[in-house]
Design a protein around this ligand. Sequence first.
Ligand SMILES: Cc1cc2nc3c(=O)[nH]c(=O)nc-3n(C[C@H](O)[C@H](O)[C@H](O)COP(=O)(O)O)c2cc1C
Length: 192
Amino acid sequence: MSDVISVLLSRNSTKAITGPGPNEAQLQQILATAMCAPDHGRLRPWRFKRIQGENIAHLADLAVKAMADEGRPLAENKEKNMREWLGRAPLVLAVGSYVDHSNDRIPQHERLLATGAAVMNILNAAHALGFGAFWSTGIGTYTDAVPEALGFDPLEYEFLGFVVIGSLQEPLAQKERPAVADHVTDWEPDLA
Ligand SMILES: Cc1cc2nc3c(=O)[nH]c(=O)nc-3n(C[C@H](O)[C@H](O)[C@H](O)COP(=O)(O)O)c2cc1C
């Protein structure tokens, strides 16, 4: 099996991460893979904000406050878990997808799919370099205040959450994956 295929088949999301995160050269490689996502119309809709060091604790504070202010406070244990996870995280990438109202040729959902594909490349690249990663739409994604504070004005961007990346705390456990045959069938035209 090719090395690339075995990387793709062995990727799992994990929150069991800690420092150090990718160094600058590794991070640039990871981010470069996002630029290779398929993209109808060359719109390049994916946008990322890098959040590192003590700014990650500020993000946690921001998310907790936004959820409370907007009437959906996090349960105490969920807040504790989120703060512990982010407290161990060396790197968070906030993910936005640029809407670009000037373009009505490419449907909006295709731009979201392109941004999702960019994130998938990031998850795979992080795994290929031996890091653990997890895409989360927790951390106040569905508030007004969090995307706004990150510079993702909701009039201009779809905010798609966070990718948290760090060194693995433990070897990545393998997961059972669905059988291909349960998800793939052959189509044949009805020529009658
Ligand atoms: C857009 C998106 C948002 C997600 N948000 C969350 C989340 O907030 N909390 C969570 O537990 N899992 C979330 N997940 C799922 C995890 O990132 C992960 O995919 C899941 O635990 C399955 O693990 P796997 O990637 O190894 O299959 C999200 C996945 C996607 C694609």
